[in-house]
Ligand binder design. Structure first.
Ligand code: SF4
Length: 212
């Protein structure tokens, strides 16, 4: 069976998953794109389910703005990068406000989907977005230990390059203040130079700036 058929079957199965009683469906995941580049988000927010795609709202605007600066507009990104997440369902709101952080058992349950994707895609470059996604690949106490620093990592037994990004949430100031601002620019420049990223770049798009 070809990798594309495996991936399409995987995504179909994934969309039917309802294993976490506290999670709110529908399952949100990206297109079944056979890509050497995988992006891992945290979990969808309240808007992503109804809109049917990851990073569909305000955080997505910031995230896709970063990639547009590398010459990859949002629609091209969605068709050229496999978009995964630590959890694929909306966790609901936290009592203290904001979205609930997925519980460890939910992260563990959803991890099998990530592992299956890594085994099918065998990505050369993984871009985890935010602390929870980074934690699926490496151990780090602070974002300053990983953002803007090239790392090798393993996912589902597959060795790959990891270039971590901060979460683009408007609630976070990390990427808008130093040293986060500089480290983000460095991480985006590293992505732009990575051979796997270069191999999926649309030929008719030219980077405008390596800056958030
Ligand atoms: S969070 Fe993941 S494991 Fe849990 S129901 Fe959604 S898709 Fe399934």
């Amino acid at each position: 069976m070809s990798a594309l058929v495996q991936l399409e079957r995987h995504v179909t199965r994934l969309r039917g998953c309802a294993d976490c009683p506290q999670m709110i469906g529908p399952v949100v995941t990206g297109n079944p794109v056979l890509s050497p580049v995988m992006l891992i988000g945290q979990a969808p927010g309240v808007k992503e389910g109804p809109m049917g795609r990851p990073f569909a709202w305000t955080a997505g605007k910031t995230l896709f703005g970063w990639f547009a600066g590398l010459g990859m507009p949002e629609d091209e990104f969605r068709n050229r990068v496999y978009m995964a997440a630590v959890c694929r369902c909306f966790p609901g709101k936290a009592a203290a406000g904001g979205d609930r952080v997925p519980a460890p058992d939910e992260v563990a349950r959803c991890n099998r989907h990530l592992v299956a994707e890594a085994k099918i895609l065998r990505p050369k470059l993984v871009i985890p977005v935010g602390k929870l996604a980074i934690a699926q690949l490496v151990t780090a106490d602070k974002l300053t230990e990983v953002v803007g620093i090239p790392r090798r990592a393993t996912l589902g037994g597959v060795e790959l390059d990891m270039i971590a990004l901060p979460h683009p949430s408007g609630a976070s100031t990390w990427h808008r203040t130093e040293p986060g601002k500089t480290l983000l620019v460095r991480a985006l420049a590293m992505i732009a130079e990575h051979p796997a990223w270069r191999s999926i770049m649309p030929s008719d798009h030219v980077p405008t700036a390596v800056a958030p």
